[in-house]
Design a protein around this ligand. Structure first.
Ligand code: ATP
Length: 335
């Protein structure tokens, strides 16, 4: 939902020169007082806006890190990803919200961003730790017209988009731990959860939601709960720099839109395979596959075009591991 605020911020952001109050009123059909109110709200949020009489307003600086509807919307250069954008300070789970919006008829690409989740979800009923003020949690709603068996590849499309965005926004090298985690220096910074609703006959997708949680500005390892302290990290811990969460979300959505459109052309990962493999950890390395049907070890040889992990077992047989319920570990630790 574009508000006047994000429209005004977009215009200020994209203008090198002053924008007059009159221009803002005319363009958005609002009163001078309304413009003045929005400018004041933006200033309160930490935007430095210069106002010069007879010239108008000029954006001098944005806050170093702000996550808001207007900040993301005013930066986003996409056709459909995040074009309808909900921002909430706190919610149970952005995946649950996105599913509700899907049922209510929101379009493909609708995105829900939150600053905090009270019931963040991982796979198999696990929890995603979602404290406020430092991270980002968002879900994109997709309404594809391909068959349900293709949907698990969307997690991989998102994983690739997230590593690409992290590398654009930070100087870090980010890697994918197949199928749904992103690691930096072998520790987890991003988790993802894809959920799907199909028609009762299970032959058509009603919608898919892809949820992403990123540990962005957590300042130290001690801030993580005991159970994940050994395996988790944040972009800030690894880079030593505070990151603008809105910029990160913007880059992820922009990459995702491009990668999704490539995926749609073939309905497999052939157009994205090289990029994905170049970011994959544990290629040609020993891994332990935690399959609920029984664990085994083998050598991972990367993924095939449908997103399965190719694992060579000790007896030489090849297994194409389907992402669904499986986790993978390095032989000597989490990665
Ligand atoms: P794994 O990461 O063990 O391979 P998974 O991919 O199935 O498993 P997810 O569903 O992605 O796991 O995420 C849930 C798990 O991630 C939790 O059980 C916990 O171990 C870990 N976790 C939860 N919150 C965070 C967080 N904020 N940062 C890093 N790790 C977390």
């Amino acid at each position: 939902m574009k508000t006047d605020k994000s429209d005004i911020l977009t215009l200020l952001r994209n203008s090198a020169d002053y924008v007059s109050g009159q221009q803002l009123c005319d363009q958005f059909g609002v009163s001078r007082t309304a413009v003045w109110k929005v400018i004041n709200q933006l200033k309160e949020e930490g935007y430095q806006i210069e106002s010069v009489s007879r010239k108008g307003y000029r954006l001098l600086e944005s806050p170093a890190d702000i996550l808001s509807q207007s900040e993301i919307a005013s930066r986003l250069q996409t056709k459909w990803a995040g074009k309808k954008l909900y921002y909430v300070d706190s919610t149970g789970s952005t995946n649950t919200d996105a599913k509700r919006f899907a049922e209510e008829g929101d379009p493909h690409g609708t995105t829900v961003v939150a600053d905090m989740q009270t019931a963040g979800k991982g796979r198999r009923g696990r929890k995603w730790q979602s404290p406020s003020g430092i991270n980002t949690y968002f879900t994109i709603l997709l309404k594809p017209d391909f068959a349900p068996d293709k949907a698990s590849m969307l997690t991989l499309v998102m994983a690739l988009s997230v590593v690409e965005a992290i590398e654009e926004v930070t100087e870090l090298k980010a890697e994918i731990k197949w199928p749904n985690d992103i690691v930096v220096n072998k520790k987890k910074v991003v988790g993802m959860l894809t959920e799907m609703s199909t028609t009762p006959e299970m032959d058509e997708i009603q919608y898919v939601v892809v949820g992403v949680g990123v540990n962005v500005n957590i300042g130290s390892i001690e801030e993580f709960p005991d159970e994940i302290r050994e395996t988790a990290t944040s972009l800030r811990i690894e880079s030593g720099k505070q990151i603008n969460r809105a910029v990160l979300v913007e880059h992820i959505l922009e990459r995702f839109e491009q990668n999704y459109e490539k995926f749609e052309q073939t309905l497999d990962l052939s157009g994205l395979l090289d990029a994905y493999q170049s970011h994959l950890v544990n290629v040609d390395a020993q891994v332990r596959v935690l399959d609920p049907a029984g664990e085994y070890t083998g050598i991972s040889h990367g993924i095939n075009t449908t997103g399965e992990l190719i694992v060579e077992k000790e007896d030489g047989s090849i297994v194409n591991v389907y992402a669904g319920e499986v986790s993978v570990r390095g032989l000597y630790g989490y990665v």
